[in-house]
Design a protein around this ligand. Structure first.
Ligand code: 5GP
Length: 190
């Protein structure tokens, strides 16, 4: 059986990755399943454990790292985030495509382990636009907003390394661009 394709969706925090992700996951043509990350960040009110993330303790996260259960992991804004390896292997071996959503530095670790994966980088139309989203989106304190902004700046500096850059002036347009590329890739690997 043809193995599934791993698709990485990356870009700065608040750039609108989740909206594009949801459109991609809803699209039956793409046969796409979400890779649920582990995080030590507390759950937000609208999030569901086991759907958006696996919300775990620091100790559980450290164990996952120690047992080499994560493809990559990173520290972001004081919390840890990591991509569990087993669920990706399982889905890909069943011929299903998998979507991993990570900040820019996570991409290297995934590419290293899964060289056949395809990465997309979502760019904001401007840094000012992103700044507005980051400030409005989270009920975060000023220091936390500042950390997200600094990280977004760093992430955007890495952007030129990506072959597939998608501008998020319109999430539906961005989703269609990614879909087209993924369908092309599915056809190629048949
Ligand atoms: P948030 O706290 O807003 O849910 O996520 C913060 C950032 O961490 C986002 O840019 C998100 O894409 C990224 N992220 C989520 N899961 C992972 C992961 O498993 N690994 C890495 N490297 N980044 C992740």
């Amino acid at each position: 059986m043809q193995k599934g394709i791993v698709i990485i969706l990356s870009g700065a925090s608040s750039v609108g990755k989740s909206e594009i992700r949801d459109l991609l996951l809803e699209d039956k043509d793409l046969n796409l399943f979400f890779s649920i990350s582990e995080t030590t960040r507390p759950r937000r009110e609208d999030e569901v454990d086991g759907k958006d993330y696996y919300f775990v303790s620091h100790e559980a996260f450290a164990n996952s790292v120690k047992n080499k259960e994560l493809l990559e992991y990173t520290e972001f804004n004081g919390y840890y985030y990591g991509t569990p390896r087993a669920q990706i292997d399982y889905l890909v071996n069943l011929g299903k495509n998998v979507l991993i959503e990570v900040e820019a530095q996570g991409v290297g670790g995934i590419k290293l382990n899964l060289p056949d994966s395809i990465a997309f980088y979502v760019m904001p139309t401007s840094f000012e636009e992103l700044e507005k989203h980051i400030t409005e989106r989270y009920g975060d304190d000023d220091a936390s907003i500042q950390r997200r902004l600094n990280k977004a700046k760093m992430d955007m500096e890495i952007a030129p390394l990506f072959r597939n850059i998608v501008y998020n002036d319109d999430p539906v347009k961005a989703y269609h661009q990614i879909k087209e590329k993924v369908l092309e890739e599915m056809e190629k690997r048949k």
